[in-house]
Design a protein around this ligand. Structure first.
Ligand SMILES: [Ca+2]
Length: 174
C-alpha cells in the first residue's frame, strides 16, 4: 500500500509540473459596501486601491464574478493595483457602463518598467458587463497591473472579473 501511495504522489507531482498556466479571476469579493479597503487579498494577488468604492448586491452590484463590483469614487481619479511577486499576464476584464461611455485605463508593469497600456470604453447601449480581452498587453509578462476606472459626470463604470494567468516559466523573446 505504501509504495502505491508513493507512486501516486510522484505522478501527481509530475502532472503538476506540466500543468497549464493557472488562471485567477479577481472578483473583488469580501469587503462591505462603501469605500474599498486600501489593501485586500484575492487568489494570491494583492489588491491596492486608491479612491475606489465597493458596490454590493444590496445596492447596484450585479457582478460577473460574485455579486460585488468595484468602481471609482465619483469625481476623483481612482486607481486599483493588482500585483504579486510571481509574474503573470493580463487576460481580460469585465467593464460596464452605468452612465455614459466610461473608460477604464489598464497599465501593465514589470518592476519599474511600464510594459504597455490600453483603454476600454463601455458602450452605454449595452446592458450589463462586457468582457474586454487584452490587446497590446496580451501575453506580456507583468508583475503589476494598474486599472483606472472612470466615474465622473461624463461616464460612470463598474469593474469585475479581472482574469490573470501565470506567466510562462520562460518568457518569449519575440
Ligand atoms: Ca465580483
Amino acid at each position: 500500500m505504501t509504495s502505491h501511495f508513493a507512486y501516486l504522489a510522484v505522478c501527481i507531482c509530475v502532472l503538476g509540473g506540466f500543468a497549464r498556466a493557472e488562471q485567477a479571476s479577481i472578483g473583488f469579493e469580501g469587503p462591505h459596501e462603501g469605500p474599498a479597503p486600501q489593501e485586500m487579498q484575492e487568489d494570491g494577488y494583492r489588491i491596492v486601491t486608491r479612491n475606489a468604492m465597493i458596490s454590493t448586491a444590496e445596492k447596484s452590484g450585479d457582478g460577473t464574478d460574485g455579486p460585488t463590483e468595484i468602481e471609482g469614487t465619483m469625481g476623483q481619479r481612482s486607481g486599483i493595483a493588482i500585483l504579486r511577486d510571481a509574474p503573470f499576464t493580463f487576460v481580460s476584464l469585465d467593464w460596464q457602463s452605468e452612465r455614459g461611455a466610461p473608460a477604464v485605463q489598464v497599465e501593465g508593469y514589470l518592476g519599474d518598467l511600464m510594459v504597455a497600456g490600453e483603454r476600454y470604453v463601455a458602450d452605454p447601449a449595452q446592458p450589463g458587463f462586457t468582457r474586454f480581452d487584452a490587446g497590446v498587453l496580451k501575453g506580456q509578462v507583468v508583475d503589476r497591473l494598474i486599472l483606472y476606472p472612470q466615474r465622473d459626470g461624463a461616464g460612470m463604470g463598474a469593474l469585475d472579473r479581472v482574469i490573470l494567468e501565470d506567466a510562462p516559466e520562460m518568457p518569449e523573446t519575440s
